[in-house]
Unconditional design. Sequence first.
Length: 161
Amino acid sequence: MAPATDIELFREVFGRFATGVAVITSAGRSSAGGMTANALCSLSLDPLLALVCFENQARTLPIVRDSGRFAVNVLAADQERLAGVFASKLPESEKLDGVAHRFEDGVPVIEGSLAWATCELNELIAGGDHTIAIGRVSAMGLGDGEPLLWYSGRYRSMAGG
Ligand SMILES: Cc1cc2nc3c(=O)[nH]c(=O)nc-3n(C[C@H](O)[C@H](O)[C@H](O)COP(=O)(O)O)c2cc1C
């Protein structure tokens, strides 16, 4: 285990890498849910691959493992409340309650998202206390609005603040 001071500095260093905020949703035969994430990126154009890092304890991970699918929902600036819900430990089965969504390729896509992509799980790779999920994009689309941002441990908007 790295010393606590290293972990703190590591968090601060990578916290200065400004990102957007997404909710990774998934649904299987018996469960559905999602988690807020910013450890994600596009990986490959040929084929179209996306990569998401799941904390090993994330309850969304077994749903993704079982269903073999997930969706990346890129959040808009007015969806900060949703980011809070999906970052919480609310029972997984309740996270999507009251959240407007539809199913695309068997996975929940959140209405009002800035952009979305559904993925077929290609590979899970161990990465320390996280698991890297690589998905092959099966469908995607664009919404409207400004992005919700995450920088130095808090939500931001393009307008500043
Ligand atoms: C802005 C933000 C980004 C996050 N990024 C990630 C991430 O990339 N991977 C991850 O496993 N957890 C991430 N988290 C933490 C999860 O959202 C949190 O642990 C959540 O409770 C997991 O939900 P689950 O247990 O229902 O899957 C992030 C939280 C916030 C607020």
